[in-house]
Design a protein around this ligand. Structure first.
Ligand SMILES: Cc1cc2nc3c(=O)[nH]c(=O)nc-3n(C[C@H](O)[C@H](O)[C@H](O)COP(=O)(O)OP(=O)(O)OC[C@H]3O[C@@H](n4cnc5c(N)ncnc54)[C@H](O)[C@@H]3O)c2cc1C
Length: 250
């Protein structure tokens, strides 16, 4: 059993842009494929591939955000594998619909007898609270293991073993806590990531998803500054990191 006190994020997919030879753009400045893809799409609208204002890509994208032409950002998709996050976090995360795709570990198919758990940020670092929390979590996992065994026996008459296991696990998981660790692949376009990160990195967001959003923001800022550089990460009054944005919901 492992107890996570930080999420683990891995960028597993980024855009690949192949500019058409018959519509060459006069690129300027540093950029990634995702950023060039968005610039190409934006320039197509006005057929301004010759870059009359001599704007580097990231400055061009800054102006797109400023003007609120966010649909251009929808061409660039990024996929992140999230691990070390709790079921309660993903329950909130999947409320973000527009521009998002999700694939999450199934608790009906996957045995949770050896599941890991995520320590709520407010509990991390306080020995007494952590002890109390671990006792409850370990007891819940023990109950899960016992229930699976009893349910497998109860449904012994179900010939298909895969189906029988699914029946046992889907019922037994009811005793697992919200803190049970899960894994989820999330794909979203840059505009959708911005909206979600704005909401979930704010001071009003729940602490675990806020910590995840700040980590996701750092990852995406490194990957494609042109899309995410207007977010500022700071330490809020509650001594936790949060972020604020310059261009709200582009
Ligand atoms: C701090 C915080 C507290 C929250 N507390 C609660 C809570 O107590 N209970 C609860 O149930 N939820 C809660 N939520 C979730 C919240 O209500 C939203 O479901 C979540 O933030 C996703 O936002 P969204 O719908 O804007 O996102 P998305 O689904 O990604 O949509 C993005 C945008 O697309 C547009 N859009 C998407 N779908 C439609 C549609 N069907 N019709 C019209 N426009 C659409 C809207 O402009 C929307 O803002 C909370 C969220 C936060 C950040």
């Amino acid at each position: 059993m492992y107890f996570y006190s930080e999420p683990v994020l891995t960028l597993i997919s980024r855009p690949s842009f192949s500019g058409p030879e018959h519509l060459p753009v006069a690129w300027m400045g540093d950029s990634t494929d995702g950023e060039r893809l968005a610039e190409f799409a934006g320039r197509l609208c006005y057929m301004s591939q010759h870059n009359p204002a001599k704007r580097p890509t990231r400055e061009y994208l800054e102006n797109i955000k400023k003007q609120g032409h966010g649909s251009v950002l929808e061409h660039a998709n990024y996929s992140i594998l999230f691990e070390g996050v709790s079921r309660s976090l993903t329950h909130e995360l999947v409320r973000h619909r527009a521009g998002f795709a999700y694939s999450q570990l199934s608790q009906r198919y996957v045995d949770e007898s050896e599941a890991n758990f995520v320590i709520p940020p407010a509990i991390v670092g306080d020995d007494a609270l952590e002890r109390e929390w671990r006792t409850q979590v370990e007891s819940a996992q023990g109950a899960y293991v016992a229930l699976v065994a009893q349910l497998m026996a109860r449904y012994g008459w179900v010939a298909d073993k895969v189906h029988r296991r699914k029946m046992a696990r889907e019922a037994a998981r009811a005793v697992l806590p919200n803190a049970t660790e899960t894994k989820i692949v999330v794909t979203a376009n840059a505009r959708a990531w911005r909206t979600m990160l704005e909401l979930r990195s704010s001071e009003g967001a729940e602490l675990e998803i806020r910590r995840m959003a700040v980590a996701g923001l750092r990852l995406l800022q490194r990957e494609a500054p042109g899309f995410f550089s207007d977010f500022e990460i700071y330490v809020a009054e509650d001594r936790r990191e949060a972020a604020r944005i310059s261009y709200h919901k582009v």
